[in-house]
Design a protein around this ligand. Structure first.
Ligand code: GLN
Length: 465
């Protein structure tokens, strides 16, 4: 355990702390992963409870959609730009109780909606491998902060891939736990039935330790639960893989094949599986996610907290102005879509149909896991894309969520990992396991990590990382 974080015990020593803060200052000037950074405040939170814990003196960061007392909770939105959280999320509280020092809040796509972090109303975050490229999203600031060696791990939330995809773009590990395995108390809701707090990490061991600390039932989140068994997971022997044309960019396709070859050479049986519902992941995800978002975001009225327009004649106008001035375009689009699919008389056609398909998607995975212990698939069809013209537009980004959304729709755990570096950019793969099969995921990815350790962007190699 000690060796995992040893080099990262930075904040118990004043010389190291100075070096660290100087590194963050110069590095984050280029990357812009943090929306807020304050070591003193982080140490203050830890000092109250965390003496002697296994994370003592270790910095970590939190996506700015997860509450930490005394820090802002902007959700990357103008509507919450000045909102300071009066309480701390359970997952974060557990890490602080182990001595972890929450040093800052990271940038994200507004309310978690997007795949690039460019949908943040509060600035753009650059990919540490190539600052012309996006860092992925929506937990892009968290992945970029880990990749740049600014923290050993950072929390994110994964509703449709938002931990795994930026982790893949930045070349770090990204865990999306089983639905309910980690309390959502303190996670601002986007699509409640799909999302879970996860972690971007520098190594498999770190991801595992952080998950073990965070997990477990919480009376403040009625959908959280314990795994039910402490029995050791049987090791995976059969890996399910996808056949046919997956529409991947050449570098991602090569990485997928090379990863399969690696595991075959390690004695795993590789079995092609047929996920017959795959064409439905994206439409079902966007129907359910936008429906839930339209309900969850109804609370931002400009009345009790958040952005308030300068002048309004009456409460109705106040709310209208607060929402039209406070939300960005992607958020508005999704609220409109969600309201549309929930319209009375149309629920059967869209929302309820999507729910039935979601059941079928779950059943499809149940069947797949009778044939394979884990499933290996790409995270995203491309590597980190360029901003603007050479990149992906909002619609293409949504279509590209076809590999990540599956785990959220089925509630399954998934772990993405840096499988290769090609043309100077990382390419990520992910394993999926049956519910509460996180240990199986850590074990199998650990094997890969032993042979191909986490790559580091050439320009970001501080002494502790
Ligand atoms: N790309 C997905 C979306 O835009 C990811 C969302 C997420 O996981 N928060 O909805």
């Amino acid at each position: 355990m000690e060796s995992l974080f040893k080099r990262w015990v930075i904040l118990s020593d004043s010389t190291m702390r100075k070096k660290y803060e100087a590194y963050i200052k110069s590095t984050d000037a280029k990357i812009a992963a943090f929306l807020e950074f304050d070591v003193d405040r982080g140490l203050g939170l830890a000092a109250e409870v965390g003496k002697g814990g296994e994370l003592e003196g270790v910095p970590f960061a939190v996506k700015d959609i997860i509450a930490v007392r005394g820090f802002r909770l902007t959700c990357g939105s103008k509507i919450l730009e000045n909102f300071v959280s009066p309480y701390t999320a359970t997952a974060v509280e557990k890490l602080i109780a182990k001595g972890g020092v929450m040093v800052g809040k990271t940038n994200l796509d507004e309310f978690g909606m997007g795949s690039s972090t460019d949908n943040s109303a509060l600035g753009k975050t650059n990919n540490p491998w190539d600052t012309e490229r996006v860092c992925g999203g929506s937990s892009g600031g968290s992945a970029a902060a880990v990749a740049a060696g600014m923290v050993p791990f950072a929390l994110g939330s994964d509703t449709g891939g938002s931990v795994r995809q930026p982790a893949a773009f930045c070349g770090v590990y990204g865990l999306k736990p089983t639905y309910g395995a980690v309390s959502r108390y303190g996670l601002v809701a986007y699509a409640s039935s799909l999302e879970v707090i996860g972690v971007c990490a520098r190594s498999v061991g770190i991801a595992r330790t952080v998950f073990d600390i965070m997990k477990g039932q919480d009376e403040k989140d009625q959908s959280s639960l314990n795994s039910g068994t402490d029995a050791p997971e049987p090791e995976a022997g059969v890996i399910g893989v996808l056949g046919g044309n997956l529409g991947l960019d050449p570098a991602v396709d090569r990485a997928y094949r090379a990863t399969i070859d690696f595991y075959r050479s390690k004695g795993f049986e590789i079995r092609e599986i047929n996920l017959s519902m795959a064409d439905y992941y994206v439409p079902v995800y966007y129907t359910i996610a936008t429906a839930e978002a339209s309900a969850n975001l109804a609370r931002y009225t400009g009345i009790r907290y958040g952005y308030r327009p300068g002048y309004a004649e009456n409460p109705e106008e106040l709310t209208r102005k607060a929402r039209s001035e406070g939300f960005g375009n992607e958020v508005k689009l999704r609220i409109l879509l969600g309201t549309y699919v929930l319209r009375s008389g149309f629920q059967d056609q869209y929302y309820q149909r999507a729910q039935r398909l979601r059941q079928a998607i779950r059943a499809d995975f149940d069947r797949a896991f009778t044939r394979a212990d884990v499933i290996l698939m790409p995270v995203f069809p491309t590597q980190a894309f360029l901003r603007g013209q050479g990149g992906l537009d909002q619609f293409q980004q949504k279509l590209a969520d076809r590999f990540t959304t599956a785990a959220n729709l089925a509630g399954l755990p998934a772990l993405s990992f840096p499988a290769a570096v090609s043309d100077g950019l990382p390419a990520g793969m992910q394993f999926l396991a049956p519910a509460f099969g996180e240990a199986r995921l850590f074990d199998i990815v650990r094997l890969y990590e032993e042979h191909f350790p986490c790559p580091q962007p050439p320009s970001c190699k501080p002494e502790w990382s």
